[in-house]
Ligand binder design. Structure first.
Ligand code: SAM
Length: 264
């Protein structure tokens, strides 16, 4: 898979792709990451990439021309023609885009090439959004000063989903959000730390019991922290029974309106 990142601040990417999983993914050829300076695609003497907004108001707007020229030069005859179905996607990072989540990360991991356009200032000329990009993504409901960190987030979230990126290929399937639930807690040695003991079941060696405990913890954690996720999750009869019990114990609120067993 290939990532092309368009930015006015290439130096921000120094180091981030040179450690750990991303470093290995690059070294093994699983991913290629190319950083392009949008300023290199200007045609004027002063390499201007932004200008005042039409209609007035504060701030500057990134000009359309250098961004179009950069993307067209980088993609050549690989310009996407099939919109969101195309193996090549041109993504504008924007707080007004669709929200990145694990489902979107999986969707992006199916592509062959992602061009990521990092905005700055007040954002980019609207014609980039209207006539160049195939997708617009936000990493959350807050505003950063630039699209560089969102681009790094996408590279990281997508790369770890590619087959071969992680030592344990099944790890992403168990992560929070992959299953629709938050993941269960983890513990490692020592078994007792400052008097706080690891739950006994994890030391039991009983794999079925451990799996059951983990599922229950995952359900509890999701119910306590993200009832919105629990409402959308696929739950078995056993899950519902456990949640009903947890409601009865006062561990969680009955946000699913589980009622009593006879209502199932
Ligand atoms: N005026 C814009 C608005 O209100 O939507 C915000 C512009 S922001 C200061 C500058 C750039 O940072 C954006 O063009 C975008 O590329 C990036 N950015 C900021 N927050 C982001 C977010 N939550 N997700 C993705 N990109 C973001």
């Amino acid at each position: 898979m290939r990532f092309d990142i368009l930015t006015l601040f290439p130096a921000l990417f120094t180091g981030v792709f040179e450690e750990s999983i991303l470093k290995r993914a690059v070294a093994s050829g699983l991913v290629t990451i190319a950083i392009h300076n949008i300023r290199d695609y200007t045609t004027d003497k002063h390499h201007v990439t932004d200008d005042e907004p039409y209609g007035g108001g504060g701030g500057m707007v990134m000009k359309a021309e250098p961004i179009f020229r950069a993307v067209e030069a980088i993609l050549g005859n690989e310009m996407p023609t099939r919109g969101r179905d195309d193996p090549t996607q041109i993504i504008l990072l924007s707080p007004a885009g669709r929200l990145l989540n694990q489902t979107v990360a999986y969707e992006l991991a199916q592509r062959e090439r992602l061009v990521l356009i990092c905005g700055r200032y007040e954002g980019v000329d609207e014609r980039v959004r209207e006539h160049l990009v195939t997708d617009e993504i936000s990493i959350g409901d807050y505003v950063l000063s630039g699209g560089e960190i969102p681009a790094m987030v996408i590279v990281e979230a997508v790369t770890r989903l590619l087959p071969g990126a992680l030592g344990d290929p099944l790890a992403p399937l168990k992560d929070s959000h992959a299953t629709g639930l938050l993941e269960h807690p983890h513990y490692t040695r020592p078994a007792v730390f400052r008097g706080w003991a690891v739950p006994e079941v994890l030391l039991s060696g009983n794999h079925a019991e451990v799996a059951r405990w983990r599922r229950q913890q995952s359900l509890l954690r999701t119910a306590q922290r993200r009832p919105d996720l629990l409402a959308k999750a696929e739950l078995t009869a056993e899950d519902r029974e456990f949640l009903r019990w947890a409601v009865g114990q006062g561990l969680i609120e009955d946000t699913l309106r589980l009622g009593n067993k006879s209502e199932d």
